[in-house]
Design a protein around this ligand. Structure first.
Ligand SMILES: [Zn+2]
Length: 155
């Protein structure tokens, strides 16, 4: 049976029993889970992150962006969750599905590269300090050599 609307249930941990028609939201673990709205019984996990889904709590209900495309399930259902309502989208062709999956993959790659570049920057900073230390020692040595040369000459 196709589901027309969902009831948001805010939880910390996702329960073992997922009831059809409920949208379980764990903000602590950035995860939303529900049973596929086509009625096939498959559990659909939608992680919340900049490259996965975004949860919007509106006055009239919960919305998830972007749409839910259950490509890996038999039903291949595709729908939107807007203000607790299920809006059924058109079935996508295999080519369209592949394009969406490719874009998702590229977005993730880019996001991971971004996170890594931030981490690399963080790692570079202490290394730069190490570079500064020998050059400071080098400066002291130059000064010392200069002082010593003056000293030696005086003798
Ligand atoms: Zn389904």
């Amino acid at each position: 049976m196709m589901i027309k609307h969902v009831s948001p249930v805010f939880v910390e941990f996702i329960p073992d029993q997922i009831e059809e028609g409920n949208l379980y939201i764990s903000e602590q673990y950035n995860t939303v889970i529900h049973k596929c709205c086509c009625g096939c019984g498959e559990e659909v996990v939608t992680p919340l992150s900049p490259v996965d889904w975004r949860l919007v709590k509106g006055a009239r209900g919960i919305s998830l962006y972007p749409s839910i495309g259950n490509w890996s399930y038999q039903c291949k259902s595709h729908y939107f969750i807007r203000d607790n309502q299920i809006l059924w989208a058109e079935q996508m062709s295999p080519q369209q599905i592949r394009r969406v999956q490719q874009k998702d993959f590229q977005d993730k790659e880019r996001h991971i590269a971004y996170l890594n570049s931030n981490r690399d920057d963080a790692l570079k900073q202490p290394a730069q300090k190490h570079v500064d230390v020998p050059s400071f020692i080098g400066l002291i040595r130059t000064v010392w050599r200069f002082v010593k040369s003056k000293f030696v000459r005086r003798r």
